[in-house]
Design a binder for this molecule. Structure first.
Ligand code: AGP
Length: 616
């Protein structure tokens, strides 16, 4: 999970590369570097954030060709030497790499025997030396030929950009398992891990596929496959607006993205609701009504927050459409020789569309004849381009490593699918219309919750020093508990667990004492009374109870019961029980954010994490 940027054009490259790295910093932020080319290669590398690198790159540099990289360490510790770009022995080649070279030890030994010395502990450095070796040993001294020869020697995955001091008119690019896109400008070209690196400089993009090579000059690009056959590439338009990457006055992207959810959810269901029929339409599924009718099972594959969205989606699909639905952790699923069943519709849910575990699971299902639809956010990313169809969630660029608006957008799409399937089965027109009406209320309900952020902020201030949090929920609120725990742990580094509320008696309740914040997600649904009993069990053991509940009259018996058992209460608007996760998750996102802020954590770039996990 690193960030790569390349530039070749008629403008000074240094500033453009540093700007691109800043925008890709969420992909990895251990260290970074830039290599610039005029008649020779000049390289600057630094550990830490991009600002550290920017501090050592002189102003006013005029080179118009360069490559840059922000690193999430896989092989080799975090050090200046291990930062990319890596140079060849003769300093005439530089490369930046995202991925893992699995045969690097063999290659390193072969190069060492040939007299090459290494300045880093990384696997990537072997690529730079191989380029030099293959170039010098070829009769033609052809950069492209040496590049292709080098690729044939590599085993593993890469998004790779190389430049040669003897060939300043082009960059060589290759993609195998790690994303790379080309930004097509006027007298300039960009290469990057994703479009955010050059957003605002061009809205024309070419998405490279695995096993593709590109030769990029300032005014052209040529693509070939690994058999050296030319490939045809479409130039697409980027839908994201340049200012969508700005913080717009927020202190962190995470908070901005939490507050963007009313609008991102509106975008998620825009044009997808058929009110008169009390149903929805999802054009990208590429399935006829007859094919949809014959779906007997659904299987959702995902990781992390997207997995939690899948768990909520499974409850909704089973509740509304009565279709058996299971959810699989992609990292486990891809390796278990999965049984692919006829009549099963598979969904790959992924914000980035690049998560390698989810991608490999999708490929395994497809290899065995299964049909996989993508539910993704990043347009043109690998999963949507390799899937058999799918739906973009349109939540806009999600920069913070902690996923928030993408989660609720994924829920919206899964809910739209559930309603569509339900209305093809037994759901009545009136029930469909009522659900659609509730779905359309969600943005305003979230605005209502966000309007009480100060209340949640004050609770966070009281809980920020706790050493362990327990999140509890039943039924559809259980995945919300999982997601709330993940949010807190990944941005505040506090040990947090999401547990089915009914499970605490089977062990976890032993963890509770008077210092333990226990967060109950307890909407008014058919699990309310049982969850209330769990609250009493926790109360009697002295836990600090925080209650996320749906609106109920202040003079009602339910409210009195909740109030008598709670230390803190957070209310969300009442809504159809199938839709409550879209609301109950919002206070948990805010609570995590404020606790992390009060603990001085690096909220948008938590330690050890990266936004898109493109290595296994
Ligand atoms: C969520 O906050 C985390 N950043 C992480 O769990 C993430 O959801 C997971 O890596 C899956 O990413 P994806 O949705 O891009 O596939």
């Amino acid at each position: 999970m690193c960030g790569i940027v390349g530039y070749i054009g008629d403008r000074p490259a240094a500033g453009l590369l540093l700007e691109g790295l800043k925008r890709l910093e969420y992909r990895g932020y251990d260290s970074s570097g830039v290599a610039l080319l005029d008649d020779r290669i000049t390289c600057y590398k630094r550990v830490g954030r991009i600002a550290n690198l920017a501090g050592i790159v002189p102003h006013g540099l005029t080179q118009t060709v360069g490559i840059a990289h922000t690193r999430w360490a896989t092989h080799g510790g975090v050090s200046d030497a291990n930062a990319h770009p890596h140079l060849s022995r003769n300093k005439k080649f530089a490369i930046v790499h995202n991925g893992i070279i699995e045969n690097y030890i063999y290659l390193k030994n072969m190069l060492a025997k040939a007299g090459f010395a290494f300045s880093s502990q990384t696997d990537s450095e072997v690529i730079a030396h191989l380029l030099e070796k293959n170039y010098e040993e070829s009769q033609t001294h052809d950069f492209e030929e040496a590049f292709n020869t080098t690729l044939r020697m590599l085993e593993g995955t890469y998004g790779l950009v190389a430049m040669s001091a003897d060939h300043p008119d082009c960059l060589m690019v290759a993609r195998k398992g790690s994303p790379l896109v080309l930004g097509i400008g006027s007298n300039e070209m960009f290469v990057a891990s994703d479009v955010s690196a050059f957003l605002g400089h061009t809205d024309s993009v070419v998405y490279l596929d695995d096993y593709e090579i590109a030769k990029v000059t300032s005014s052209s690009f040529q693509t070939k496959d690994f058999r050296n056959e030319p490939t045809e590439k479409a130039v697409s338009k980027i839908e994201w607006q340049p200012d969508s990457l700005d913080l717009n006055g927020f202190p962190h992207y995470m908070l901005k993205e939490i507050f963007e959810q009313p609008e991102s959810i509106e975008r998620g269901f825009a044009g997808r609701i058929v009110e008169t029929m009390g149903t929805t339409k999802l054009g990208g599924l590429n399935l006829t009504p007859a094919e949809l009718f014959n779906i007997k099972r659904v299987c959702i594959i995902a990781c992390g927050t997207s997995y939690h969205a899948g768990l909520v989606g499974a409850y909704i699909i089973e509740e509304l459409a009565r279709i058996p639905t299971r959810v699989e952790v992609a990292s486990e699923y891809k390796s278990k020789n999965p049984i692919i069943e006829a009549g099963t519709l598979y969904f790959a849910v992924s914000q980035s569309g690049e998560t390698i575990d989810t991608l490999l699971s999708m490929r395994e299902i497809q290899r065995k004849g299964g049909k996989v639809l993508g539910i993704c956010n990043v347009v043109g990313s690998t999963i949507p381009r390799e899937s058999d169809g799918g739906v973009y969630v349109h939540s806009g660029p999600e920069i913070a490593v902690a996923s928030t608006k993408a989660f609720t957008s994924q829920l919206i799409v899964l809910t739209l699918f559930a309603v569509m399937m339900a209305r093809m089965k037994d759901m009545s027109l009136n029930t469909g219309k009522r659900l659609i009406s509730d779905i359309k209320k969600i943005p305003e309900c979230i605005r209502n919750i966000l309007g009480h952020a100060a209340h949640i902020e004050s609770i966070a201030g009281k809980l920020k020093d706790a050493k362990y949090f327990m999140f509890l929920g039943r039924g559809i609120s259980y995945p919300v508990a999982l997601e709330g725990a993940l949010k807190l742990k990944e941005v505040s580094y506090i040990l947090s667990e999401g547990i089915p509320a009914g499970e605490i008696k089977h062990g976890p309740i032993a963890l509770i004492d008077k210092t333990t914040p226990v967060i109950f997600i307890i909407p008014k649904d058919d699990q309310f009374d049982k969850t209330l009993s769990n609250m009493q069990e926790v109360r009697s053991r002295g836990g600090i109870i925080i209650t996320i509940h749906t609106e109920c009259p202040a003079d009602s018996a339910d409210y009195d019961k909740l109030k008598s058992l709670s230390d803190y209460m957070i209310c969300v608007p009442a809504i159809d029980p199938s839709l409550t996760p879209l609301l109950t998750i919002i206070p948990l996102q805010l609570l995590s954010y404020y606790i992390a802020r009060d603990r001085g954590c690096d909220i948008d770039k938590p330690r050890n994490l990266a936004k898109s996990v493109t290595v296994e």
